[in-house]
Ligand binder design. Structure first.
Ligand code: SF4
Length: 114
C-alpha cells in the first residue's frame, strides 16, 4: 500500500471542530479518496504550529525517526484552504521548502469532505 505523510494546520487542529486530524484526512487516505490517487497508509501525521518555523525540521526528524519513507507528503485541506488564510506562509511556499528539504513530492490538499 502507498505510504504517505500528512501535515495539518495546528491552528485548526488545536481548535477542535473541523480538526484535520479527527477523521477526514485519515478516511480519504484509507479509501483513496479526494487527493489520494490510491488507498494509502498514513505513516507520519504532523501538525504545523504557528508561525511554522519548525515544520520543515520536524518533518525531517519524523522521517528519520519513523524509518518509513513516504512516497508523498500531503498538506491537509485545512492547511491549504483556510479561511482566513495563514498569515505566515503560503501552502505553495511550504510545499516548495518541504520538497527541497526532503526530496519527496508534496501534494496540496487531502480531501473534499465537509
Ligand atoms: S503557521 Fe499557518 S499553517 Fe502553520 S499552524 Fe499556523 S496558521 Fe496553520
Amino acid at each position: 500500500m502507498k505510504k504517505v505523510a500528512v501535515i495539518g494546520c495546528g491552528a485548526y487542529m488545536d481548535t477542535g471542530y473541523g480538526c484535520p486530524g479527527e477523521w477526514r484526512c485519515l478516511k480519504a487516505a484509507a479509501l483513496g479518496d479526494g487527493k489520494f490517487d490510491k488507498e494509502s497508509q498514513v505513516v507520519i501525521f504532523l501538525k504545523c504550529q504557528c508561525p511554522g518555523r519548525n515544520t520543515i525540521s520536524n518533518t525531517g526528524m519524523a522521517l528519520k525517526l519513523s524509518e518509513i519513507q513516504p512516497e508523498a507528503i500531503y498538506l491537509s485541506s485545512c492547511l491549504v484552504n483556510p479561511k482566513p488564510g495563514c498569515p505566515y506562509i503560503t501552502p505553495e511556499e511550504l510545499a516548495s521548502m518541504l520538497e527541497d528539504k526532503t526530496g519527496i513530492k508534496v501534494v496540496l490538499g487531502t480531501h473534499d469532505y465537509h
